[in-house]
Design a protein around this ligand. Structure first.
Ligand code: ZN
Length: 170
C-alpha cells in the first residue's frame, strides 16, 4: 500500500496515511494535494490522482515534544539498519551498558548491532570490549516517527521534512 505524507496547514509534517486515505481528505475538501506522482487511484465511482504529499486546510495542534516510542523497529530506523560497531547489517539490539549490569532500556542506551558484534561484546561496555560506537545513541529527532511509519522516506517527502528540521533546529 502506498503512503502519503500529511502536512499541517503550517506545512509542518503531521502524519503518514495511506494514499487512499489522503485522496479522501482531498475529496472532502479538507486538504490539498501538494505533490502527486502522476498515477491514479480507482474506486468504483471515480478516479483520483494519487497523492504523495497533502496539506490540510485547517490547523491541527500537536504537542511540541513528541517522543518517538522505543521499539526494535524504531532503533533500526534511527541507526539506518547498520550495526553501530562494525557498520554491517544490524539484526539485533545491543544495550551499551548491559542490562545485566543495570543498563536501562532507553534510547540513550540502545544501539542497532549485528549478531557477531553482539556476541563479541557480551556483558561488557564498549570500552571493556575494545569496541567503538559509530555515534553516541540519542533519542531520535521528532521526525523519526515518519521514518518508523514507512521504513524509508520517499525522495518526494524530503523537502517537506527538511522544512521542519530547519525551523525546529534553531
Ligand atoms: Zn557488527
Amino acid at each position: 500500500m502506498r503512503s502519503a505524507l500529511v502536512l499541517n496547514a503550517t506545512y509542518e509534517p503531521l502524519s503518514v496515511v495511506s494514499a487512499r486515505r489522503a485522496a479522501c481528505l482531498v475529496l472532502a475538501d479538507k486538504a490539498d494535494v501538494i505533490e502527486a506522482d502522476g498515477t491514479e487511484l480507482h474506486s468504483p465511482s471515480l478516479v483520483l490522482p494519487s497523492p504523495l504529499v497533502i496539506r490540510l486546510r485547517y490547523m491541527v495542534k500537536v504537542p511540541y515534544h513528541r517522543r518517538t516510542a522505543l521499539s526494535r523497529r524504531a532503533v533500526f530506523a534511527r541507526d539506518n539498519h547498520c550495526c553501530q560497531y562494525c557498520g554491517g547489517q544490524a539484526d539485533s539490539i545491543d544495550h551499551v551498558m548491559p542490562r545485566s549490569r543495570g543498563g536501562e532500556h532507553v534510547w540513550e542506551n540502545v544501539a542497532a548491532a549485528c549478531r557477531p558484534c553482539n556476541l563479541r561484546k557480551r556483558d561488557r561496555t564498549p570500552d571493556e570490549a575494545g569496541m567503538r560506537l559509530a555515534r553516541r545513541p540519542a533519542t531520535p529527532r521528532e521526525l523519526a516517527w515518519v521514518v518508523v511509519a514507512v521504513g524509508r522516506v520517499p525522495e518526494s517527502w524530503k523537502p517537506y521534512l527538511a522544512h521542519q528540521t530547519f525551523t525546529r533546529a534553531s
